[in-house]
Design a protein around this ligand. Sequence first.
Ligand code: ADP
Length: 714
Amino acid sequence: MSEHYEKVKVQLEQMKSPAEDTGAEAEVAPAAALPASASVPASARSARRESSRTSIQPRNRSKSRSKASSRDRNANVKQDSDKSKGSSRVGSDQMLQIKGTGKILQGKAETNGSREEDKAAVGKEGGSKVVQKRRAVTVDTSKAKTSLEALKLSIKQLKWKEFPMGRRSACDIYWHGVSFHDNENIVSGQVNKFPGMIEMLRKINLSRAVRTMQELFPEEYNFYPRSWILPEEYQLFSTQIRLLKDNDSTLKPTFIVKPDSGSQGDGIYLIRDPADLRVFSGSQVKQAVVQEYIQKPLLIDKLKFDIRLYVLVRSLEPLEIYIAKEGLSRFCTEPYQEPCQKNLNHVFMHLTNYSLNVHSGNFVHSDSCNTGSKRTFSSVLYRLASKGVDIKKVWSDIIALVIKTVIALVPELKVFYQADIPPGKPGPTCFQILGFDILLMKNLKPVLLEVNANPSMRIEHEQEVSPGVFEYVPSLVDEEVKVGVIRDTLRLMDPVQRKPHISNLLGEASEEAIVVEAGSDEKAGLVESLPSLCLKQVFPKYMKQFNYLRIVERIADIFLRFLGVKGTMKLGPTGFRTFIRNCKLSNSSFTMASVDILYIDITRRWTGMVPDSREAGMGLQAFVEAFFYLAARRFKALPLREQVLSLLELCESALEGQGHVEKSRPQKQLSSLNPASAHSTAPPTLSSPAPTRRHQDDQADQTPRPSVKANVEC
Ligand code: ADP
């Protein structure tokens, strides 16, 4: 992006007059595109494009889409065979022969993915010379699915070794198209998916995770539209909207309803009245999220658009996040109008999904990255910069949104991780590219729409070349962005390049404001001809600004301790009792009988809310609720966040005293690090904390949630 900014600056100076909305893209085409695949000669790219033209049969598109999504859903189901992982984390391919001795050295894999550099020592007469021999990094691409073509290009650029049919011995990197479980027998190396990411990013779970953060940090998390979970919050939603309209009859809010596990706009519709909710599908109640609809998005050429940004979670512990400096902007194909009863079902006006708009007669496939219905994000920024928009501010708001969202997801991801890869057991380490969908409001504030666990990495698109005949043709803009993201993700995951980072990164974390600075902050990759990294590290780089938000992660650390390492994700009643006892939370006014009732009460309710839960017991979200309850009970006089922090400190020091080793507590000084907002009570601008969580009430009147209060002795 920094290179781009330089070019933008030059271009801006060169421009005779500010670009008009129409037709400006053509003028700025060369400058606005970040050369993500700059190292590939244009001729090679066009040759590839020619060779990748593939005719496909006419078919029913919607049918094939739903087939794909059901296949993806099936792939999400956990499989038991994962438990039969072998006992060694070291792949045989990491063995290196030492000449002269015949001795075999084995490379070691560190828990968090760092690997010792492979070395071959070559003995010489009269002295010894140590020669560092770099072997090609091996990548198993047999499960890569639709990302295969971009992946192949990336591996080629890096001069690494691809195993398209898999390999009997271990590879360094496994590239999965769908889920961590695509390949069940991996005991070493690195996999490009985290266990549980798909589950966590379903619309309901994402909303719940953000909601918990909204309760603690309403202002910091006001980038996510107010949402209600269906069916459990149907009544609440209806009541709140009725009250809102009764209070102000001029208000005409619009809501967007999204099926829980839907994607690509499938099943999404807009409503203006709760009575229009389609709660049932046949006799089944639909799981969905109903969300405040952003009525005033930023428009370009009168069209609504959203931004797809690629984010690499390189590691959970320590948390490492990178953001791609280039993304995609996906445009609607019908001019935008604020929602009214007449236009509510105009999908080409309201939904920016490529998969929908590509079927509109107005969709423009362009050979330029700056025009058409899918463009680079930098070309949009260029347009905005030319109109005087402070694009650095836009970027820094987006970076903050991304970091905060990942922080909201991490606690539950850690639970999934521990269940699948218990500490001390053989298993791979994980990283993952996520697709963040972000909308810019008219006032340029970024809003999170959703996060995709499996963002499309296709670099070709379907085109109807003659009636009923479709072809896959290369898409320049997709290639420009996605090959860079995959290639640079691989560079960052290079087992030889990866350094042990926790210690030095903690020391290096920056307290400066978020900036989009010039130059690359990483020097990964050994192939000299490659461009600088298109992925920018944002965490731990900006750790000091965001660490105070990691409260729920600390609660999750306590939860994990009492969960044990048996591959489970739910805490049993005994585990909960042990937690209370070890943290010294019971006393004469809160007996162990009350503890049991609290456990039963909360666990039963959460089991009802998550009906497909396969395991009995108290999950993390229920535990967090119990923790908030205990905090409110113990520190009645404080606001919610202070209550929770006080209880955390109490528990952590009790556990420390008992020899429980703290894994990571960078948040110890949370309250003091929390900038400005620590005691602010100003209402959020876009959304407010979720409506149903018990602690809204607790926070307001400092009394426990009624259902708990009724059952628990106080
Ligand atoms: P899907 O996973 O099906 O793509 P999204 O949550 O991304 O679901 O929503 C689809 C599209 O609907 C988005 O790309 C965006 O254009 C529009 N959209 C989603 N949520 C909102 C919202 N709260 N306000 C305005 N538009 C929205």
